[in-house]
Design a protein around this ligand. Structure first.
Ligand code: ADP
Ligand code: MG
Length: 240
């Protein structure tokens, strides 16, 4: 579904990604972890074309992301992305947040978009809040709306970049619960997160990054069994 082959990227003279290779198969839940500044956000943003890269190749469902002929807007509509900050439109109601891109990007009719958006809002447990505005919801609720909004586009895969790291502790679990339920439903997911409980529960692969390199790319069981690099061990000893 997602195939990164020897991806390298520079910001000016600074090499932020070096020869990153990773494969995400349909139904995989891949957790990407590693120290701050190791390139996790940059890597995940290259997958849906939010960040260009200079070397290597990325294929999403057979479409080459780096190919100039690729319609990136179309690609992004098929790969959902959820960020650390929820990025809902503050001046739009929850219902409007859920339907805008469906109508504008996918060309869906309004009633169809509303039906789909409300179904996903229900799925994340927030159907009572359709007519509220983002500021009226808690951070955890806003992040669940952001997930519902991404799902409303019928993505082939979902990318998450530290979706719980800006949340108050008591709201983290409600967002993780939604992600766990998506994973169990077979959604293909690539998640940058330090939530190792989530990784243990649903990840089937773990990618550990350090200084722009994919240092480990192994099964969850291998990763937690301890067959890992000194750098990964040092990182885990600090967060577990
Ligand atoms: P992570 O998500 O693992 O914390 P990032 O992908 O955000 O790491 O950043 C990796 C490195 O690239 C960091 O050293 C960061 O300072 C640098 N970086 C990120 N974005 C930019 C940018 N737009 N211009 C220059 N350097 C950047
Ligand atoms: Mg980051």
């Amino acid at each position: 579904m997602i195939k990164l082959s020897n991806v390298s990227k520079w910001y000016g003279n600074f090499q932020v990604l070096t020869d990153c290779t990773a494969h995400v198969h349909k139904g995989d839940v891949v957790v990407v972890c590693g120290p701050s500044g190791s390139g996790k956000s940059t890597l995940i943003k290259t997958v849906n074309g939010l960040e260009p890269f200079q070397k290597g190749e990325i294929l999403v469902g057979g479409t080459s992301v780096g190919d100039k002929a690729t319609d990136l807007a179309k690609l992004r509509s098929r790969v959902g992305m959820v960020f650390q900050h929820f990025e809902l439109f503050p001046h739009l109601s929850i219902k409007e947040n859920l339907t805008l891109a469906q109508i504008k990007v996918l060309g869906r009719k309004e009633d169809e978009a509303i039906k789909k958006g409300l179904a996903y809002l229900d799925r994340v447990g927030l159907s009572a809040h359709a007519n509220k505005y983002p500021a009226e919801l808690s951070g955890g609720q806003q992040q669940r709306v952001a997930i519902a909004r991404a799902l409303s586009m019928d993505p082939v895969a979902m990318l998450f970049d530290e979706p719980t790291s800006a949340l108050d502790p008591e709201m983290i679990q409600e967002v993780l619960d939604v992600m766990v339920s998506l994973a169990k439903d077979g959604m293909t997911m690539m998640c940058v997160t330090h939530e190792m409980g989530f990784a243990r529960q649903v990840a089937n692969r773990i990618i550990f990054m350090d200084q722009g390199h994919v240092v480990e790319n192994c099964s969850r069981d291998e990763f937690f069994a301890g067959a890992r690099s000194e750098r990964a061990k040092g990182f885990l000893s600090k967060i577990l």
